[in-house]
Design a protein around this ligand. Structure first.
Ligand code: LLP
Length: 421
């Protein structure tokens, strides 16, 4: 459930008319619902009820500081993959002891900053990273709390670009080598082993890969304890999918995912961490755009909108589906037409949907892309010198711009001419 529904024939975000936001902010823009963000966080929190746990929101999904603050104020932890994300989490008031640091390419500089600023744990992904972290921690005279991210060699059955748990992916330490690496970590003066980490992919629509991975984590935990390690924390990653096409998709519910966790690792006496991103933010956001032109092609109708692949790259990058709906509710009985919905960028990949059934929408009319709250704004760029689009947060009947559209001057003045030109 989300909070984007028609009221009196106009799409609303909670109690605010999307048309009203468009009139004030101009299109295109993203709009997020605080109530939906909060609801999704709580659903995860409740799914782990009865187990010692921390839901660490994956900041990469939507890293606007206001979004992080909505979640952080509810007690969420944060999963970050760069110092930039770490500083955003801090700016939202989340203390270091609720922040975990993931990622395969952490640099010395990042390690140093995060160790000084406070961190719950590093999820270490390789032996060289472990050695460098040990050295940095020793230089600072501290111990870095770590898990090792293991690669369980499980097929997540998702899009190849976002599957991470197979042995041929770049992520994690192969499970077969992990006991040896834990033994090394156990000897290091700058390292404190606290647990095990796994993350097998994103947009999973089946619970079985999770079960398979968590059972491997369980087995490894038991072995590591026999080896003398104090494993008291399990980070089980993120990845639970969301319905993008509402008419025909019903991914598993967080409650059922929580049940898989309970069944597989619930009795190990470990604190459980999870890192959901998409399920928290995805359906808490929409992207709103205006129709520039209705263009009749040869046997095809094109709806050219003012948002483009630089604003929402998921369709171009992953062939992702987003439901697209008019902001003004169509009258009952209006015949939908098949059309391609495209942006203004000069490449064919700038196509949001092909042969999509839509009610006719006049030039200037507003349409909304659903499920755009995760991996939307964060993956945007200024390709074609298009300004990054603003983000708006709604809370009940209030709304505020939480990131402004830059001016053309701001964009262009970032370029510097060398002295010889
Ligand atoms: N933890 C780690 C270590 C991750 O790499 C990710 C996502 C997550 C947690 C959160 O996964 P989620 O719950 O959001 O599925 N840009 C792509 C998705 C990339 C996901 C990368 N890692 C997309 O638009 O579909």
């Amino acid at each position: 459930m989300d909070h984007f529904i028609y009221k009196d024939g106009v799409l609303h975000a909670e109690d605010v008319s999307v048309a009203e936001i468009a009139a004030e902010v101009g299109t295109p823009f993203y709009v997020y619902s605080s109530a939906t963000l909060a609801r999704h966080f709580r659903v995860f929190d409740e799914a782990l009820h009865g187990m010692d746990h921390l839901v660490c929101y994956a900041v990469k999904a939507n890293s606007n500081v206001a979004v992080l603050k909505v979640l952080g104020d509810l007690g969420a932890g944060m999963d970050v993959v760069s110092v930039g994300e770490y500083l955003r989490a801090k700016a939202a008031g989340v203390p270091g002891e609720r922040i975990v640091f993931s990622g395969i390419g952490k640099t010395r500089g990042e390690m140093r900053m995060v160790l000084q600023g406070g961190i719950r744990q590093f999820n270490v992904e390789s032996e060289p990273e472990l050695a460098v972290l040990n050295a940095v921690a020793m230089e600072l005279g501290v111990k870095a709390p770590i898990t090792l991210r293991i690669n369980p060699d499980v097929d997540a059955k998702t899009h190849a670009k976002i599957a991470t748990g197979k042995s041929d992916n770049k992520f994690g330490i192969p499970i077969a080598q992990s006991r040896r690496v834990y033994a090394e970590a156990g000897q290091m003066d700058g390292i404190e082993v606290v647990g095990v980490d796994v993350h097998i992919g994103s947009q999973l629509i089946d619970l079985e890969p999770f079960r398979a991975a968590f059972l491997k984590v369980r087995e490894l935990t038991e072995q590591l304890r026999e080896d003398g390690h104090n494993i008291h924390r399990l980070d089980l990653g993120g990845g639970l999918g969301i319905p993008y096409a509402r008419s025909n998709e019903a991914p598993p519910l967080p409650m059922d995912y929580g049940q898989v966790i309970r069944e597989t690792v619930g009795d190990l006496g470990c604190e459980i961490e999870i890192e959901p991103g998409r399920l928290v933010a995805g359906n808490a956001g929409i992207m709103v755009t205006s129709v520039i032109y209705n263009k009749a092609g040869e046997g095809r109708d094109f709806l050219i909108v003012d948002a483009a692949m630089n604003d929402l790259i998921r369709p171009a990058m992953y062939e992702a589906h987003h439901d697209i709906i008019p902001v003004i509710e169509p009258d009952v009985g209006v015949e939908p037409k098949l059309m391609d919905i495209v942006g203004p960028v000069c490449e064919t990949g700038d196509t949001f949907a092909k042969m999509r059934a839509m009610p006719p929408i006049q030039d200037g009319g507003l349409v909304a892309f659903r499920s755009a709250g995760a991996y939307g704004a964060v993956m945007s760029s200024e390709y074609n010198t298009r300004p990054m689009i603003p983000e708006v947060l709604v809370n009940g009947d209030q709304f505020a711009v939480i990131r402004e559209r830059p001016s053309y001057d701001e964009m262009i003045n970032r370029d510097k001419l060398p002295t010889w030109l």
